[in-house]
Design a protein. Structure first.
Length: 445
């Protein structure tokens, strides 16, 4: 097939999709059927679809075929944060806030302004944080069942930065990392940036399929396991103590490092011990205060094996030199005076209220999530199209996220994630009623 004719076919299909001639959700002919219809080779038909997929016009689903995407929904929605239109309700990202937090910040700024070490906050800080600040974090981790030596703690610019420096310090391009088939989109972004080879592990209702993880580690050189054992994002499960013990056993037998993301762990009361509490020598524990306190407070922390600390410190120096001293000083004051624990308890109660509200207003729909989580997962029927539902909701001024940003396998489930923490309860209630109405009309019809 001449290059010009091949390109014309790509352009013709792209035009049909963009002008609405091929409606969102339309299943396109199989590669073989397209080849027969156009008189081209099957390999060329495959190339045509690959180009359309690369520009975000179609999606290929293993075992189902190739479908027209709803181009009203950005392909990266949920990874690359899109601006939410004025007047729209944001159920795609969480910005949970509590009454009185502004007053707490105002008071904290007054206290810092009157402190005796104000001048020191204007200077460069130690790359991994001041010893007294790391000691504050160590005491806080003790409340989570973690005995932490302050010398193994590093302060980062939020948990995302903590994950980035962990990758920089412990992994190399091409390394195999085991991840859940649905996982935190921010880790996917980092994996792409650092050229890691992500191997998806199927999930069960209670956590990763550990048989599949064991098999993967026995057959491929897995260098790390990225996991969220306490309140998984987006599925909300909490791994049992038995499964945590088994995961650690797999890591010890086969050698991969465990990267434990605990960003949402504060929402779970009395969870099993963190992985790092049982296996501190092979676990890097990453968390922060953005989720539990405020998204603008970019203070994260990494607890690492002693031999990994120098490499992590170099990664901080290379990326940001040190965490801003002023925000760290405020955060550590709140850690020391009990403000953080108080706010975390309030947010657990707030999240429970919102989950209960979601179950009331989305009655009749299947929901997956933890009872004190700020998000819930809404699987759709197999023949439904999440991108079409997302676009319909966008026209109703409601922003949600499809499964695409969370997916690491070749199969993207038809589902949406609803973030419940970024709007007031009354607005959330009415918005969820609209979501239910549209979902039943659009996906369950």
């Amino acid at each position: 097939m001449a290059a010009s004719r091949y390109k014309k076919l790509v352009d013709a299909l792209a035009s049909d999709i963009r002008t609405g001639g091929l409606a969102p959700g339309t299943q396109l002919p199989t590669h073989r059927a397209l080849a027969a219809r156009e008189g081209i080779a099957v390999v060329t038909a495959t190339r045509v679809y690959a180009e359309l997929e690369a520009v975000g016009l179609v999606s290929r689903e293993q075992g189902r075929g190739t479908f027209v995407r709803d181009i009203a929904v950005p392909a990266g929605h949920g990874i690359d944060q899109q601006a939410v239109a004025a007047g729209a309700v944001d159920l795609s990202f969480n910005y949970p806030s509590l009454p009185g937090q502004t007053d707490l910040l105002r008071q904290a700024l007054r206290e810092v302004a009157g402190s005796g070490d104000l001048d020191s906050l204007l200077r460069y800080q130690p790359h991994r944080g001041r010893p007294q600040d790391r000691a504050s974090i160590a005491r806080h981790l003790g409340c989570r069942g973690i005995t932490a030596d302050a010398d193994r703690i590093l302060i980062a610019n939020g948990a995302q930065h903590g994950l980035a420096i962990t990758i920089m310090a412990t992994l190399n391009a091409g390394d195999v990392v085991a991840v859940d088939a649905l996982t935190y989109p921010g880790f996917k972004v980092l994996a792409h940036a650092f050229h890691l080879d992500l191997e998806p592990i199927p999930t069960t209702t209670d956590g990763p399929d550990l048989d599949a993880l064991e098999k993967l580690c026995a057959t491929r050189p897995v260098r790390a396991i990225y996991t969220m054992p306490t309140l998984h994002n987006p599925l909300g499960w909490v791994m049992s103590a038995t499964d945590r013990t088994r995961l650690i056993g797999i890591a010890r037998r086969h050698g991969p490092l465990i990267i434990e993301d605990a960003s949402y762990a504060y929402l779970v009361e009395d969870p099993p011990p963190p992985l790092v509490a049982t296996a501190p020598d092979i676990t890097v524990y990453v968390s922060g205060l953005s989720k539990s306190i405020a998204t603008g407070l970019r203070v994260g922390f990494v607890l690492a094996p002693a031999d990994a600390v120098p490499s992590l410190e170099r990664a901080i120096r290379a990326t940001t030199w040190n965490t801003p001293a002023l925000t760290t000083a405020i955060a550590c004051r709140w850690l020391d005076d009990g403000t953080v624990l108080h706010l975390e308890a309030q947010k657990r109660d707030d999240a429970k209220t919102r989950q209960e509200l979601a179950r009331q207003e989305l009655a009749g729909l299947r929901l997956i999530g933890h009872p004190s989580s700020y998000f819930t997962w809404l699987p759709l029927p197999d023949d439904a199209r999440a991108d079409r539902l997302t676009a319909t909701l966008a026209r109703r001024h409601i922003s949600v996220t499809t499964a695409e940003p969370f997916t690491t396998s070749t199969h993207t489930p038809q589902a949406i994630r609803l973030a419940l923490g970024s709007t007031d309860p009354d607005s959330l209630r009415s918005t969820l009623r609209t979501v239910r109405h549209v979902a039943i009309e659009d996906a369950y019809a």
